[in-house]
Design a binder for this molecule. Structure first.
Ligand code: C2E
Ligand code: CA
Ligand code: CA
Ligand code: CA
Length: 284
């Protein structure tokens, strides 16, 4: 409802966030970029968390942090509507640092409450090319008192493709720190296999577009099963995203998939709701 309201309002004011024009001098784009800059400074960004569970036992392994923007006028804005803007306006750096700091603070809070849960953060192409990122992450881990193994950095193949040599350097340094690396949206990019061969990753996330069709499409099911086998043969943990029903869960478990994420388990929820969800989660 928030989103509908904000799009309706945006349409009325002729001020749209869905303007994906590359024109950086577009006045509306500049206004919104200004809004986002202020939003980051004034604490308008917040994280939702979506649990990752063990496919066999249902045990909660951790959560993926997904950013939202609580815009004072337009309400809650989903990441697909402002991450591209952040990337084009130089705000992705501050945004990524906010997300990392907040997610690690949350991981520490869970730990203090007796839950040793991992937290996964999405780092886009720009972040992966930021040579300062590994040092900053090391400092944040230290500051929050969170072991590096509890942090997973989810990257996409397109992020790596932008500048493979530089990305590889950042990824190697993160790996040296003990941070886990995950290839997100696996199967949707190019040369996926080359990246798997060269990058020190521990996890592969099968894209939702294959997972959601697997109970009705034999082809999707074959792709998912083959990807699970491929991942396992390379010693990787395989996660499926977009699990929306019990039949899909059972099929993924039968395929040997390690971990699951999706609306059937939980939608992404605010941090305080996550505690409630965790307390009520029945792993059967
Ligand atoms: P993603 O990393 O592939 O995240 C999964 C998206 O799928 C999330 O959308 C999540 O809410 C949604 N999802 C989860 N389970 C289901 C399901 O069962 N069915 C369906 N239909 N959807 C499901 P969200 O939160 O809108 O995020 C969209 C994208 O925005 C993310 O895709 C990620 O690429 C990007 N993003 C989110 N947070 C960040 C961030 O902090 N930094 C960066 N760079 N990108 C982010
Ligand atoms: Ca992700
Ligand atoms: Ca994904
Ligand atoms: Ca995706």
């Amino acid at each position: 409802a928030d989103i509908a309201m904000y799009t309706a309002k945006a349409r009325r004011t002729g001020y749209t966030i869905f303007d994906h024009s590359q024109d950086s001098t577009d006045p509306r784009r500049l206004t919104l970029a200004g809004d986002l800059r202020r939003g980051i400074d004034q604490g308008q960004l917040l994280l939702y968390y979506q649990p990752k569970v063990d496919a066999r036992t249902g045990a909660v392994l951790g959560a993926e942090a997904l950013v939202r923007w609580r815009h004072p006028e337009y309400g809650l804005i989903p990441p697909d509507d402002f991450i591209p803007l952040a990337e084009h306006t130089g705000l992705i750096g501050p945004l990524t640092r906010f997300v990392l700091a907040e997610a690690l603070r949350q991981a520490r809070a869970w730990r203090d409450a007796g839950h040793e849960l991992g937290v996964a953060v999405n780092v886009s192409a720009h972040g992966l090319l930021d040579l300062a990122l590994p040092v900053e992450i090391a400092a944040l881990l230290e500051h929050c008192g969170v072991p590096a193994r509890l942090l997973t950095v989810e990257i996409t193949e397109t992020a790596i493709m932008t500048d493979p040599e530089r990305a590889l350097r950042v990824v190697r340094e993160l790996h040296t720190l003990g941070v886990r690396l995950s290839i997100d949206d696996f199967g949707t990019g190019y040369s996926s296999l080359a990246y798997l061969k060269n990058l020190p990753v521990q996890e592969l996330k099968i894209d939702r577009s294959f997972v959601s069709g697997m109970t009705t499409s034999d082809r999707d099911a074959v792709i998912v099963r083959s990807t699970v086998d491929l991942g396992h043969n390379l010693g990787l943990r395989v996660v499926a995203e977009g699990v929306e029903d019990d039949a899909t869960w059972r099929q993924l478990d039968a395929a040997g998939c390690d971990a699951l994420q999706g609306y059937h388990i939980s939608r992404p929820v605010a941090a305080d709701e996550f505690g409630t969800w965790l307390a009520g989660w029945d792993r059967t």
